[in-house]
Design a protein around this ligand. Structure first.
Ligand SMILES: [Zn+2]
Length: 201
């Protein structure tokens, strides 16, 4: 089916990133909540949320996922981003604007790189890279520790570059500083203010 009202190439980048700051925080909060449903034999819990765009109606929708791996030798091994992407595709959105991922960090199993926050794993990076709903230079990824004390963000390309850089090359993702989350609601002006400042910098 043809996509009506699809943004022109020159406005695509801006359109994909036309998220309100409140949406970013909401998506982080939703990923954090989704993480509570994760099932992991080694208690390695990951939550993800995706903000999808529908061009014709200009609507945004949010999809969540969590990881499921009940046992070390289980043939079931579902990643949080995978589940969220499946849900997004099922709703026939036109584009993935934003991906958030929340979990404890570990060494990246594909690149061997240390990470300040848990990035999408090698498989999920490839899945995002290949996904027709994702624009690699425009879709934004936000990865956060569960208490939001560290939040990194960049385009899908930025995350790919981080893991494919030469060993000696120092690559850093951009970071957001958020106030402590436990007593602040997503709509709290304190969040919005911080995010606005960061994005306009
Ligand atoms: Zn993954």
């Amino acid at each position: 089916m043809a996509v009506l009202n699809s943004p022109q190439p020159h406005e695509r980048h801006q359109f994909y990133q036309s998220q309100s700051t409140g949406n970013v925080v909401s998506a982080l909060q939703e990923a954090r909540l989704a993480r509570e449903q994760a099932r992991s034999y080694r208690n390695f819990k990951v939550g993800a949320a995706i903000v999808g765009l529908t061009f014709l109606s200009r609507e945004l929708s949010l999809f969540t996922g969590y990881n499921i791996k009940p046992a070390a030798d289980s043939h079931i091994n579902i990643h949080a981003e995978e589940l969220a992407l499946q849900a997004a595709h099922a709703e026939k959105i036109d584009a993935v604007s934003l991906v958030t991922i929340v979990g404890d960090t570990q060494l990246d199993q594909q690149s061997g790189r240390e990470m300040l926050t848990l990035h999408p794993c090698g498989l999920c990076r490839n899945a995002l890279d290949d996904d027709p709903l994702v624009l690699n230079d425009s879709t934004l990824v936000f990865s956060a520790l569960p208490d939001f004390s560290t939040v990194e963000y960049g385009t899908v390309n930025d995350f790919t570059h981080y893991h494919h850089a030469d060993p000696g090359e120092s690559v850093r993702l951009r970071q957001l500083s958020l106030p402590p989350i436990d007593n602040i609601l997503p709509t709290d002006p304190a969040y919005i203010d911080v995010l606005n400042r960061r994005f306009s910098a």
